[in-house]
Design a protein around this ligand. Sequence first.
Ligand SMILES: NC(=O)c1ccc[n+]([C@@H]2O[C@H](COP(=O)([O-])OP(=O)(O)OC[C@H]3O[C@@H](n4cnc5c(N)ncnc54)[C@H](OP(=O)(O)O)[C@@H]3O)[C@@H](O)[C@H]2O)c1
Length: 243
Amino acid sequence: MTGKTYVVTGASRGIGLEFVKQIISEGDIVFACARNVSSSKELVDLAAKNKNNVIPIVLDTTKLDTIHSAVLEVAEKAPDGIDILINNAGIGSTLDYNIETVPQEEFTKVINTNLIGTSNVTQQFIPLLRKRGEQELKKIVNISSIIGSITAMDGSRGSGQGPAYGISKTALNMLTRLTANHLRSENFIVFSIHPGWVSTDLGGASAPVTSQESVRGILNKIQQCQPTDSGEFFGFTGASLEW
Ligand SMILES: NC(=O)c1ccc[n+]([C@@H]2O[C@H](COP(=O)([O-])OP(=O)(O)OC[C@H]3O[C@@H](n4cnc5c(N)ncnc54)[C@H](OP(=O)(O)O)[C@@H]3O)[C@@H](O)[C@H]2O)c1
């Protein structure tokens, strides 16, 4: 799939930075959004070496003004719009909390980033995706987590990242289904995908999946997905996951 234009959030490190590397290796263009571009030496270096394909953009998913100015900048540089939005930015939650102890501030912080931030970004980038026209397939991918699967938590008291994280990703999955339904008639495909347990700052060093493997699988799914995949939940291998 050459000649596509992507927007990726949380591109400063981890899975988001790996998206940037693999997208440009296929000859595509990526607007690499990070809340603090200059603090990511890898992103700055990648952009310097690939001036035509990597455009770093300042965007904090929890700050509407930065999303607004990011959209204006992308619109100026990509006047015909974008093909794919990858909502990757996210934060973990504090492992020490359980459902009895998790404080309000924890819910507020995690849900604000993982759910509301994603919704903010999607709302503001939809017009740039629509610019591609009704005939073109447009895609929105929400990076979710198996920890947001209610079925996967059967019998569990919550695993991995603490309750606020899992709940934020469950809600993100509902956002995915509703966004898919909202945009279905306009030739959009919208889905949630679990990247695997990936060795990043968030996943930790003992995670079994590398960001390279994870992103290869997700990009493959993005390229192969069909309209019937819209509103659904997948793993990075492309297999369906239970909600
Ligand atoms: N790693 C895993 O095992 C795993 C498993 C399931 C799901 N996921 C999901 O995969 C996505 C990427 O995770 P990761 O493992 O790559 O984590 P990571 O290494 O901690 O990177 C997180 C990225 O999100 C960015 N970010 C956080 N809050 C942001 C905000 N308000 N605005 C803009 N960017 C923000 C960070 O930017 P800064 O550098 O500025 O902090 C960073 O670029 C997340 O949505 C995560 O929930 C990861």
